[in-house]
Structure formats: C-alpha cells, structure tokens
Write a protein that binds this ligand. Sequence first.
Ligand code: NIG
Ligand code: FE
Length: 412
Amino acid sequence: MHKLKLIGPFAQAVTMDNLPVKGPLSDDRLEIIDHAGILVNGEMIEAIGAFRELKSLTPKIEPVEGDFVVLPGMIDVHTHLCWSGSRAKDYAMRLSGSSYLEIARQGGGIWSTVTKTREVGMEELAGLTALHANRLLHQGTTTVEVKSGYGLNADSERKILNAIRKANEITKNDLIPTCLAAHIKPKDFEGSAREYLNYLIQDLLPGIKAEKLSHRVDIYVDEGAFNIQDALYYLNAAKALGFDVVVHADQFKPGGAQLAVEVGALSADHLEASSDEDIALLARSKVIPVALPGASLGLGAGFAPARKLLNTGAPLVIASDWNPGSAPMGNLLMQAAILGIYEKLTMAETLAAITCRAASALRLTDRGVLKPGMLADFIAFPCGDYREILYNQGGMGPEIIWKRGRLVTGKR
Ligand code: NIG
Ligand code: FE
C-alpha cells in the first residue's frame, strides 16, 4: 500500500509559516496557498502545495468536496479542564453583583471545585477530562494544555495528573499537563502559605518529575492566592528541580508579570491588570504573554492589553482558560475572535496567537504551522476565503478535523 496520502483540494491553505514570534503582524504576512493539497505520511505532513502538482506523488487521495479553508489545528495553552462539578451557582451570584473574590469567601470559587474533584476517583475524572478534551477537539483544538490545581494536597494532585495522563490515552487530542498545586492555599492545610509551598516542594514536585507526570509548574499569584515573595521562592525551587515554570499573573492585581520576568517563566498568563511598565518589561524579556479572553467574558471584566503588548514588541498568545469558575465557555476560536475585535488585532495576529505562537508558549516545535515535518493536525472551515473564519466570530467552526493525519469522527 502506498504510504503517502494526499488530502484536498482546499480553496485556501493558510500555512502560518515564516511568522516571527514577537510583535505586530499585518495580514499580508500570511502565506496563503490557493487550490492547496496536503500530502500526509502517517502522522506527519510530507508536503504542502498546489493540489495539482502533488497529485503526481501518490495514487491515494482523500478528496475534500466543496470550498474549504485549511489552517493548522488550534493550540490551547492554558486550561483547567480536569474538574468535577459545576459552578453555575457562582455564575448566578456574579450576575446578581457578587465578585469572584466575594463568591470565593462565601464558599464558592476554586475551593468548591476542589471539594467536588477530590470526591471522584481517578478513572472517573479521566473520563470527564477526556469528554472536555473531545469537545475542544471537535471545535478544532488539537493540542491542549491541562492544569491540575483542584486537588491541593499531594495525593489529590497526583490523582489529577494521573487522570490527565489517562485521559490523554482516551482522547485523540494531545494533552500537555501542568502542575498547578499552588492554585490557592487549601482551607484544610494548617500552616502558612510558605509552609504549604514547602510541602509541595518536598512531598509533591520530586515525585511528579520522577514519574514524568508533568514538566511544567504554575502558580496563581494574586489577592486570595499567593504573594510575590512566596511565588518567587516556589518557582525558583521548581526550576531547580528542572521544571518549566509559568505564572497566573496580574489577573486582578499587578506584580505577577514582573515576577514572571524575574524568574524566567515560559509564559505569563492573564495580564488584565498589567501596567504599561509591565508590558514594556515583558516585551524586552523572553516571557510569552498569554491573554485569556474567556476569563474576561466569564467574569464580565476587561480584556488583557493585547494590542499594546504587540505594539510594544511582545508576542501574543490567546488561550481559553477553560475552567468551571472564571471561564466556563471554553470556546477558543470564539474568544479569540471577540478579543480581536475589541483589541483591534489583525486576523494574522489572532490566528498566530492560537496556532504558531501558541506552539512556542508550550515549547512545541512540531505543530502550529502547516509545513513538511510537522504533525498532520489541521482543520478545514466551510468557506473559500480565510477572512470568513474570524468574521463569523466563532459562529462557524471547522467542519473537518484531522489529528495526526486521521479524520476526527464521532459525536461532537
Ligand atoms: O485562571 N484565577 C485563577 N485560576 C483560574 C480560575 C479557576 C477557577 O475559578 O476555578 C483562572 O481564572
Ligand atoms: Fe487559569
């Protein structure tokens, strides 16, 4: 049997190739191949180009009927999709005027999801996680970062990371786990925040590293979570153990972005409260700023200063932050399109923020771009002009999805 398969033709292929990681992007920087085909070898892209020319390379053709625009599969670099329970009650309270912090103080918030997530076994949690990951896959997200953080003791955090590992075997999506045991100080921990972090450094992180449950560590720095000094101490310890570190920074109060730069974090995520100085600092550093419009929409709050970040020369990645509390929507394309119109991002900037630039935030060099040697992860939208995609503001999702060279089928 011939090992090469040609998929197409596509009215347009937007390759996302040859784009810089940092700074503004005008739409004319996008490489667009008309009447394109993608030649696939197993899980990888062998070639991309004019369908007519690639046809001579294989007799095996997977035809695409009608007008479709193909893009790399989306990469969601920040989610909390391993959870149990619902926070619809929190949402109703927010609609009645209570704030995120007030709700947490009144027994809702992160701690209520911790209680629910601790109650379920690893297998059940893996099933829930795979369901969430499958929903994203059908929306066109073919790589998803997933944080722990609803366990908040060594055993429960390990259970969650094991559930994410198991879910990765169940779903066709690729899950990248991150340890967020430093989400908040758990209510049942007797001791200071620093003592809780020391407990994680001693009793959790080395085992996670040894068992390869995650190579990334995150911390939530904010009022109601951890302070800058404790976070600096914790992230330096995590780095010394060999982890990549990332920060939930500047969601409500500034300080987190500066910390991310000081500690050499891979990304600083949220940034709704970042100042102009923070933005300049990020732009001069290697830290990748990640905007989370889903949290702004879930809280009815302002967006991260995405336009300013790009204009100052920083990169911009957009992620969904999908979680049961602050960001219950979990639709990356819709959120990116909405951030785009509010922040005046070009289509190239928005598309890069959920594909090629997102890959850099996870240090992944094998996806996010359609070119030879990359994973055959791509998504096709039912239109003939790529501008229709963001113009539809998420209302038009991809109709055909290929993950590692195979068609994604089954229930949406
Ligand atoms: O990124 N802000 C902290 N953590 C999450 C929310 C988690 C939750 O509310 O359950 C966030 O918004
Ligand atoms: Fe988050």
